[in-house]
Design a protein around this ligand. Structure first.
Ligand SMILES: *Cc1c(COP(=O)(O)O)cnc(C)c1O
Length: 385
């Protein structure tokens, strides 16, 4: 590769930047996974994951990106022609639906306007409608990354708890940014991934599983590699049925220590402040947030009239070396997304807003340079974390 002096800033909702301590840890010589040395690391990781997920439930780890664990959840929990509710309010809600359909599951979709959060009563209505065939699961998303929208998991938990259905939440982007009280809010299955709030490279995924969820799993063997029961069988040692992603798990030990050291409460406050700074920043230069119920992980912003967000994103990347994300699906070209997720602090969002101002100015948008940054500074100069 050519050697180029080029400092880049990754502000996308996955992958996210990695702390140097974590990167160094992953560069250590590989150790064998059937050894007391690895067991010690793995035991600590499992304990700290339960802290992060706010649960006493089992947490399984897979060598896959987040979608692998989503598919595993569907394959393990359900059988063909089971009925489920799927909340579709963006690209990732759609993904739940696509996976279910692939497995021959009958879905009852709740289509939510993109940028809005689902009304928990809509789920309740369907659960109580007294259909002949019971509903086995409700699939939703903590932070719908495509629209930057937060779902009210607590309320949905109250509703689903009263039924026989299990609540399955894709928390891949929301975990460690938006509060998710797995046990208190009666969430049966939580899916996570490594390359978002966990400050790791892609390649690890997580699933927490409640007693209620273990109970509905069929006796049939639903899959081989991703078979939850095979993982559960050796979890208490702790061990994994196949070779785990050893280096990523060593990195995870470090990133979870960082989260524990900061304290989950403070991690949430930091994300909340960074999100507030970005929201005030974009509003100060006349832009509007896309979501009506924004997440603290990522802000989706409407591109101004006459400005294509795809062009904005590539100009920001190529000229200013700041990587943000374009809209997905129907929002491509219309919104851009700035993530403030994981290994992020005050000056990361200042950089993003400054690059945004310069890019917009270059594209002919009328604004006063520095206004977004100034608005963000008003939030960020306060005390937090
Ligand atoms: C990133 C993401 C995923 C999974 O993506 P992978 O590319 O498979 O890791 C799933 N759901 C949400 C909400 C996400 O943000």
């Amino acid at each position: 590769m050519e050697e180029i002096m080029e400092k880049m800033y990754l502000m996308t909702p996955g992958p996210t930047p990695i702390p140097p301590q974590v990167a160094l840890e992953m560069a250590e010589p590989i150790i064998h996974h059937r050894s007391p040395q690895f067991q010690k690391i793995f035991a600590e990781v499992l304990e700290k994951l339960r802290y992060l997920f706010q649960t006493k439930n089992d947490i399984l780890l897979f060598a896959s990106s987040g979608t692998g664990a989503m598919e595993a959840a569907v394959a393990n929990l359900l059988s063909p022609s089971d009925r489920v509710i799927v909340v579709r309010g963006g690209k990732f809600g759609q993904r739940w639906a696509e996976i279910c359909v692939t497995y021959g599951i009958e879905i009852i979709p709740i289509d939510v306007q993109w940028g809005m959060a689902v009304e928990p009563q809509e789920i309740e209505k369907i659960l109580q409608s007294g259909n002949s065939q019971p509903i086995k699961a409700v699939f939703t998303t903590l932070c719908e990354t495509s629209t930057g929208t937060l779902t009210d998991i607590q309320k949905i938990g109250e509703v689903v708890k009263k039924s026989k259905a299990v609540l399955v939440v894709d928390a891949i982007s929301g975990l460690a940014a938006d509060d998710l009280r797995t046990d208190n809010w009666s969430v049966d299955v939580v899916v996570g991934g490594s390359q978002k709030g966990l400050m790791l490279p892609p390649g690890l995924s997580f699933v927490s599983i409640s007693e209620k969820a273990w109970d509905i799993m069929e006796e049939k063997i639903p899959s081989y590699y991703f078979n939850f029961k095979k993982y559960k069988k050796v979890l208490s040692k702790p061990d994994t049925p196949w070779t785990p992603a050893i280096s990523l798990i060593s990195g995870l030990q470090k990133s979870l220590r960082l989260i524990k050291e900061e304290g989950l409460e403070n991690v949430f406050i930091r994300h909340q402040k960074l999100a507030a700074a970005v929201r005030d920043g974009i509003e100060a230069i006349g832009l509007k947030l896309f979501s009506k119920n924004p997440s603290n992980a990522v802000s989706a912003v409407r591109a101004p009239a006459n400005i294509n967000s795809s062009k904005l994103v590539s100009m920001m990347r190529d000229e200013f070396k700041v990587w943000i994300a374009d809209g997905q699906g129907e929002l491509k070209g219309k919104v851009f997304r700035i993530a403030h997720l994981g290994y992020m602090q005050r000056f990361d969002v200042i950089i993003a807003l400054s690059a945004l101002e310069m890019t917009l100015a270059k594209m002919g948008y009328k604004l006063e340079l520095g206004k977004a940054v100034a608005a963000a500074e008003e939030i960020l100069r306060g005390n937090y974390a």
